[in-house]
Design a protein around this ligand. Structure first.
Ligand code: IMP
Ligand code: MG
Length: 196
């Protein structure tokens, strides 16, 4: 696996430091939002719900929540993005059920990367339909590309060039999610056309 790496774009230390900053910033915002309702952010566990987009956001979300010292719950969402030509996503579909009970709560959508915008615009739309008290989106990475669909994230870990990256939860053809840093690969050969 190591020999497939072209170069390390973001190291473990850089990831750790930035994720800690994001966790702190988000917690402060959320604690303030909960306090402004007259509730105690350390006591009211039903006010904040995090929606990690599986499977890519798994590693990022696992580290992020441990930097968030407030009461919160987690409801995972599964979206599969379909790989079109080469490594460009060509669509996003919800898999399974979308979490219910988001109405009136502070929702934080967590994803690994903002690329075409299809995944996040779908999840943001489904979230808004339930009329939450607030919605925030945090992404670890944002690619500098023209988005096919409008989607914005209030919190972005790193802006990266338009290159295909893996590691820290991101995969290529199902592999490399367990690499502890964000890297580019030496060669990209798709073995089949299954959803990524
Ligand atoms: P979007 O729907 O095109 O914005 O892409 C979002 C999803 O596509 C992400 O949640 C990833 O799962 C996947 N994706 C986009 N770019 C990359 C990449 O560079 N490496 C790995 N996965 C990616
Ligand atoms: Mg994804």
């Amino acid at each position: 696996m190591r020999e497939d790496i072209d170069r390390v774009l973001i190291s473990r230390d850089e990831l750790r430091a930035r994720v800690a900053q994001l966790g702190r910033a988000l917690s402060e915002e959320l604690a303030e939002a909960v306090r402004s309702e007259g509730a105690d952010p350390e006591a009211h566990g039903d006010r904040v719900v995090l929606l990690p987009v599986m499977t890519g956001a798994m590693v990022f979300a696992a580290d992020l929540i441990r930097e968030m010292p407030i009461k919160l719950s987690i409801a995972a969402v599964t979206v599969s993005s379909y790989v079109g030509e080469s490594t460009r996503s060509a669509g996003a579909d919800l898999e399974g059920l979308f979490p219910k009970g988001l109405g009136g709560r502070h929702v934080v959508i967590i994803d690994d990367i903002l690329d075409s915008g299809r995944t996040l615009s779908l999840v943001q739309r489904l979230t808004q339909q339930q009329q939450p008290a607030s919605v925030r989106t945090v992404v670890l990475l944002s690619k500098r590309v023209e988005r096919a669909e409008h989607a914005e994230a209030e919190h972005i870990g790193f802006e990266i060039p338009d290159e295909f990256v893996v590691g820290y939860g991101l995969d290529f053809d199902g592999s490399y999610r367990n690499l502890p840093e964000i890297v580019t690969l030496r060669r990209l050969e798709v073995s089949d056309a299954e959803p990524a």
